[in-house]
Design a protein around this ligand. Structure first.
Ligand code: NAD
Length: 362
């Protein structure tokens, strides 16, 4: 059955990197028999300029109907002074909540060819492959009550609420265990159960849920230790599952272990397996329109889409191998360039991946 992909280039380098990801999708359609249709729509600042909203109604309707959404990036200086309600980032947040995307998957992979890009010693990070599964629609970012109130003495007090229902913890734990089964079968659940009752419950529910996944190895770690371990010995982790806020922080830390923001994809999934796929980086206004951006994070987001929503793991594998092969050939966009390598543009990098994909199909 034909599956539908909604393509949302967004702002800044979004159009350029999505252009290369589309070449990859078209190659898979033409040469590998991938049965998908692609449609484009507006999101972010570009959508605000044309339609007065960062998430126009027609974009949202198309997203709800699609099997998967492929997003470039949103945001830029031009829209920074707009009211928060219509800022480009609201388009992203709106999509996440309207589609119920509760599971955020952020791999931190360091290709051995790029081990020098990390600020950590190559032997600590070379070959790193961690998957962080972050709860995305609950926890302290959404808990009520929240706000800033004035006390009797005139001093202001800010407050937020960390809250998780058992069902919210159970469903994210299941996602983590399922993913671990497709990888190295280990899950580390990260919490602060020694201080926060809410995450004591988190630990209980993860442990209970584990009884249906006893083939997967489960460990627990406090978040402060997890932060230390990520920079001390990151290769000890396979899958990390954690709350919204801890995941926000730890996934950025893990991303930086790789030293190459232009290489990292992400997925956000809902209960039906529908997903939004996007690079972890932003719209990079400093290099937008210059044919310099690294398109590999977006191309690898297509690979995640094939694995987690479109159910085409072999094609995903072909993308991953093609990316690795272009790195083996020494091709580098400016952000991952080092001496002795061949500097290429966004378009040249996309073309090189497509050429490898075609080669692997022969
Ligand atoms: P950024 O990720 O856009 O850029 C940070 C640095 O990394 C810049 O120097 C940029 O040139 C570089 N970079 C990022 N992606 C790259 C790529 N593919 N290839 C080469 N270099 C790359 O973060 P920022 O500068 O803090 O934010 C810029 C805008 O993006 C802001 O408006 C921000 O709100 C938005 N943003 C959007 C998302 C998203 O759409 N998911 C995520 C983060 C930031």
């Amino acid at each position: 059955m034909t599956q539908n992909i909604l393509v949302l280039p967004g702002d800044g380098i979004g159009q350029e990197i999505i252009g290369e990801a589309l070449k990859v999708l078209r190659t898979l359609k033409a040469d590998y028999g991938l049965d998908v249709e692609m449609e484009e729509a507006l999101v972010g600042g570009t959508a605000y300029d044309e339609k007065g909203s960062p998430l126009p109604d027609d974009t949202l309707a198309l997203a709800k109907d699609a099997d998967a959404v492929l997003l470039g990036a949103v945001g830029g200086h031009k829209w920074e002074s707009l009211p928060i309600a219509v800022r480009p980032e609201k388009g992203l947040l709106g999509l996440r909540s309207e589609l119920g995307l509760f599971a955020n998957l952020r791999p931190a992979i360091l290709y051995p060819q790029l081990a020098d890009a990390s600020t950590l010693k190559p032997e600590i990070v070379s070959g790193l492959d961690i998957m962080i599964v972050r709860e995305l629609t609950g926890g302290i970012y959404f808990g009520q009550p929240r706000g800033v109130r004035e006390l009797e003495n005139g001093e202001r007090e800010g407050f937020n609420t960390l809250v998780y229902k058992e069902s919210e913890v159970e469903r994210i734990a299941k996602v983590a265990f399922d993913i671990a089964r497709k990888r190295n079968n280990r899950v580390c659940s990260v919490d602060k159960a020694n201080v926060l009752e809410c995450t004591e419950l988190w630990r209980d529910v993860v442990t209970q849920t584990h009884s249906s996944f006893s083939d997967v190895q489960l460990s627990h770690m406090y978040v402060d230790n997890a932060a230390m371990q990520l920079v001390r010995a990151p290769k000890q982790f396979d899958v990390i599952v954690t709350t919204n806020m801890f995941g926000d922080i730890l996934s950025d830390c893990a991303a930086m272990l790789t030293g190459s923001i232009g290489m990292l994809p992400s997925a956000s999934l809902n209960e039906t397996g529908q997903g939004m796929y996007e690079p972890i980086h932003g719209s990079a206004p400093d290099i937008a329109g210059q044919n310099k951006a690294n398109p590999l994070a977006t191309i690898l987001s297509v690979s995640m889409m094939l694995r987690y929503t479109l159910n085409e793991p072999d094609m995903a594998e072909h993308i991953d191998r093609s990316v690795s092969a272009v790195l083996d050939d020494g091709l580098r966009t400016e952000d991952i360039y080092s001496d002795g390598m061949q500097k290429v543009s966004t378009i040249e990098m996309g073309d090189a991946v497509v050429a490898k994909l075609k080669e692997l199909n022969n």
